[in-house]
Design a protein around this ligand. Structure first.
Ligand code: PEP
Ligand code: MN
Length: 341
């Protein structure tokens, strides 16, 4: 971090600022005296420093951070890819590294028949994890809100029948006891910056699928991952699911550049959700191919056995037959990147 001081600062005040900063931890301040202004260069662990707090000081002209504010999620401190293991009856499902994993299932769990039928079909086509929302974050309070604990019970039944580990979204820390047998806990886009929820998930040792918020930067996404990791849970999977732009032809805009950028900045696995990104069933396959081509570690895809009758997100849900074809057409793009599906 670089602190530029105002002209003619009182040396005693400068010393006091340096002492305050150095008392914050393992930080060393080096002062450079120039003709026009004086500069303090900080080296060491600056993660606990806040630029705005320092800039609020009377003698400070400007502050510039030169190192990322996240540490545990940072590839600089962990050069190798993190591979997250999701236990399953058929052996661990590995996410990250040279593996490419597909999570598939309906937007929401609607009935025992629906979730079990979809689970069997997507497993047959090559999905290794089953998704399904039990707690649904809906824009309208009058829309279907999910089956809640009953939805989780139905997911567990589908898991029992297929052996697929399950992925489902949590919306409140108060619901954590219901997630005891859930294999991967999803934090949805709307809760990416629910910091109390993120801290609670730090005390859980299960993998967390953290989705990017509707209007959040990649640094903000990584800071949210840092919340979970700094609270004790290193098992975070990042998910790009489209962001809000001025474009209205698609539900969101899939930020493909986020994938190589996140993979460069962080060692955590990065998966892509083309379903919520484009909002159109016919566009899921081309965007899934694109995601695989730019280096994603996997996909999360909405599949419904009767999209026209889906209680949530039918327009973007693909049929089991379309999913089967998607897995086959995505494979060459996965292999292009030296990964195996
Ligand atoms: C979902 O996965 O069903 C979902 C609600 O996703 P997002 O949080 O990305 O909107
Ligand atoms: Mn959905």
């Amino acid at each position: 971090m670089i602190i530029v001081l105002k002209k003619n600062t009182n040396p005693e005040e400068v010393q006091k600022l340096i002492a305050d900063i150095e008392s914050m931890g393992n930080i060393k301040a080096n002062t450079i005296v120039g003709e026009q202004s004086n500069v303090i260069g900080l080296v060491g662990d600056t993660t606990r420093l806040n630029e705005d707090d320092i800039a609020a000081n009377e003698i400070v002209e400007s502050v510039k951070r030169v190192q990322e504010p996240y540490k545990m999620a940072n590839r600089k401190f962990h050069p190798d890819d993190t591979v997250i293991e999701v236990p399953s009856v058929n052996g661990p499902v590995r996410i990250g590294g040279d593996r490419f994993q597909i999570i598939a299932g309906p937007c929401s769990v609607e009935s025992a028949e629906q979730i079990t039928e979809v689970a069997k079909a997507v497993k047959q086509s090559g999905a290794n994890l089953l998704r399904g929302g039990a707690f649904k974050p809906r824009t309208s309070p009058y829309a279907f809100q999910g089956l809640h604990s009953q939805g989780i019970r139905l997911l567990l039944k589908a898991k029992e029948e297929t052996g697929l580990p399950i992925v489902t979204e949590i919306m409140s820390p108060a619901h954590l006891p219901l997630f005891e047998e859930v294999d991967v806990i999803q934090v949805g886009a709307r809760n990416m910056q629910n910091f109390e929820l993120l801290k609670e998930l730090g005390s859980v040792k299960k993998p967390i699928l953290l989705k990017r918020g509707l209007a959040n930067t990649l640094e903000e996404l990584l800071m949210s991952a840092e919340y979970i990791m700094a609270s004790g849970n290193p098992n975070v999977i990042l998910c790009e699911r489209g962001i809000r732009t001025f474009e209205t032809a698609t539900r969101n805009t899939l930020d493909l550049s986020a994938i190589p950028m996140l993979k460069r900045a962080s060692h955590l696995p990065v998966i892509v959700d083309p379903s919520h990104a484009c909002g159109l069933a016919w566009m899921v396959e081309p965007m899934a191919k694109a995601a695989a081509a730019v280096g994603a570690d996997g996909l999360i895809i909405e599949v419904h056995n009767n999209p026209q009758k889906a209680l949530c997100d039918g327009k973007q849900s693909i049929t089991p037959a379309a999913f089967d074809s998607l897995v086959r057409t995505v494979r060459p793009f996965v292999e292009l990147n030296g990964k195996t599906l």
